[in-house]
Design a protein. Structure first.
Length: 250
């Protein structure tokens, strides 16, 4: 199992929900954190809480729906000289629930793809080559198990695109010590998941982060966070490393 103490992780959507749980968990493991949100004030309290744990942290803002702001965010991280070792591409948006799904507006797809896919691709394309150069990296892209819900087709399609992108990119990382994984938190009671969701947000730990701790060089695996609930980190990492990557089927 990988020791992440002293490494730097970027967490998008860190201010609440699954992103916040991930940030607190990683800080407890001694990992330094870059906390992303749309507004710096959203992560101010979390930043102080994490700093009290004895790790380094700072916040950065960007509207992930704007490619220009994503690029500016990455430029700012680079200007600080922070070597990003781990990335949790957690942030996502569900635009609307369209009961009349036959009339889903194209804008739903445009917004969903900008935030849920385009921004992730931009982050991967910018940071993974630097990880390869340094000989280390872990990237965990957050997907969704949503299916058979045309009412949320824009969200589902953006996540399906992310799955295919991740699997294809993972095929080029063998021998690099950069591991690219997918994770699904499951349906949790968050602002995105809503109050009717069956799982408390705390249930994502440690599974949501296990892709950062695998240390066997294998990319392209899918880790469902709910399959690791109740395990210690050591147990979760061992279970994750026992999984084989499955070819993406279309």
């Amino acid at each position: 199992m990988l020791n992440v103490q002293g490494k730097w992780a970027l967490i998008t959507g860190a201010s609440r929900g699954v992103g916040r749980e991930t940030a607190l968990f990683m800080a407890k493991q001694g990992c330094n954190l870059i906390l992303h949100s749309r507004d710096l004030k959203h992560t101010a309290a979390l930043e102080e809480e994490i700093r009290s744990m004895g790790v380094e942290t700072y916040s950065i803002s960007a509207d992930l729906g704007s490619h220009e702001e994503v690029v500016s965010m990455l430029d700012a991280i680079e200007a600080k000289g922070t070597p990003v070792d781990i990335v949790f591409n957690n942030a996502a948006v569900q635009i609307a629930y369209r009961t009349d799904y036959w009339n889903t507006p194209v804008q739903d797809f445009e917004a969903s793809f900008r935030i849920n896919f385009n921004s992730v691709a931009a982050i991967c394309f910018r940071l993974i080559p630097k990880m390869i150069e340094r000989g280390f990296g872990r990237v965990i892209n957050t997907t969704s198990g949503i299916m058979n819900e045309p009412e949320q087709s824009a969200y589902a399609a953006s996540k399906a695109a992310l799955d295919k992108f991740t699997k294809d990119l993972a095929s080029r990382l063998e021998g690099s010590n950069v591991i690219l994984s997918l994770t699904d938190p499951g349906w949790c009671r968050t602002d995105l998941g809503g109050p009717q969701a069956p799982n408390p947000v705390e249930s994502v730990i440690p599974g949501i982060a296990v892709g950062a701790f695998v240390n066997d060089g294998k990319s392209g695996r899918f880790f469902h966070a709910q399959n690791f609930t109740g395990l210690s980190l050591e147990e979760a990492a061992a279970k994750a490393e026992a999984q084989e990557a499955q070819r993406y089927l279309i």
